[in-house]
Write a protein that binds this ligand. Sequence first.
Ligand SMILES: Nc1ncnc2c1ncn2[C@@H]1O[C@H](COP(=O)(O)OP(=O)(O)OP(=O)(O)O)[C@@H](O)[C@H]1O
Ligand SMILES: [Mg+2]
Length: 453
Amino acid sequence: MRLSRYFLPVLKEDPKEAQIVSHRLMLRAGMIKQQAAGIYSWLPLGFKVLRRIEAIVHEEQQRVGHIPLLMPTLQSADLWRESGRYDDYGEEMLRIRDRHKRDLLYGPTNEEMITDIFRGHVNSYKDLPLTLYHVQWKFRDEMRPRFGVMRGREFLMKDGYNFDLTREDALHAYNRHLVSYLRTYERMGLQAIPMRADGGPIGGDYTHEFLVLAETGESEVFYDSAITDLTFGDREIDHDSHAACQAVLEEFTSRYARTDETHDEAIFAQVPEERRRSARGIEVGQIFYFGTKYSEPMGATVVGPDGSRVPVHMGSHGIGVSRLLGAIIEASHDDKGIIWPEGVTPFHVGIVNLKQGDPSTDSACEAIYRDLKARGLDPLYDDRDERAGAKFATMDLIGLPWRITVGPRGLARNKVELTSRRTGEAEEIAAQDAITRLAGVYAPILGQPVSAA
Ligand SMILES: Nc1ncnc2c1ncn2[C@@H]1O[C@H](COP(=O)(O)OP(=O)(O)OP(=O)(O)O)[C@@H](O)[C@H]1O
Ligand SMILES: [Mg+2]
């Protein structure tokens, strides 16, 4: 992409309405525009990151065998009457009436609808285990939408639902989700700690939330600092193996880590004092096992091995896809702007032309731009007729992990500058070497096949 042809409406001034850094930076970097309280347009740069995050979520779901589908945003109230949640859900549910006076709602979550799909099409235990998921917009009429996309009213969520014959199989599905979530967040450059949580309106007492530690987080958390040493890395886990997934769950949940809802001072006191931490965290996901809470009232049953009908055991598992943009920025920025982790960056590298209009500088930039694209990379070339300082400020603000700076002085020595956004370290190297270096940096990321469904 050439910046002169892109749509990147960056703001010079700090927007007054933004209370936290991620919201401020997303507005300043021209990623989002508020349309109503808690409702945003995703401008091209923001949309690009959203899509990258979504792609990682899809890949990691499908890696462990979960199957994508797409359910609508609008749902019939009747389904929710069956489960009893139409009345229970309260003011957070946006209720709509169509021209035939039928009650609809904008889905805040999809347990009822997926249970309806399941009961209509699955009959036998032989079709289990089954996990279906989608990435779809949700609406919750939050009392206080705030912090930009972190607490929106309309927001994008991945929600997945497992259907199993037994409690044991459903708990395996729970563990498998935990495994896949750990990997998902790490690919986005995040440490998200699974913490014991509370069931809330989804129900169920078997649940973990994934929290990214950040001062601006809305949740109060308590944990044993030893937990922050754990990383999932690139382990290959056999996702069908109950023992393998259980071992990961035990490794990542054996240390004390709880949100304030389940915090227990007496148990916490057993953690060595120097390792006790209390902090704030951003909830970026949650997994639940809730057994037959929906399958029973809604009649989602299968014929078991002995020929009798039994309700299936279920769980639901959510990732806050749009909230993740805010969480990543909260975790990764400096006073100049965003610092995108390579796994989610909107463009892989920025090219800054220090002397736009100078034939040899222009053609060097064009050649670098073409070569990067030929290597499968996605560069953003700042080809505007602007001062170097303004170009650097824009690049720093939008946070691309790498920058190649091209000017006549360097070119005279056949050199460009390759700068890391995170460390600020700059290196004078030949253009071809910079390109090779970047191709190497991104090889593991581009190696992943990107598929939306
Ligand atoms: N209003 C919102 N705006 C953006 N993301 C949200 C919002 N509500 C929930 N999410 C995201 O969706 C994920 C799954 O939804 P879940 O039902 O667990 O939310 P929740 O526990 O009600 O969230 P919260 O406690 O933050 O209100 C959450 O972990 C969170 O990352
Ligand atoms: Mg939650």
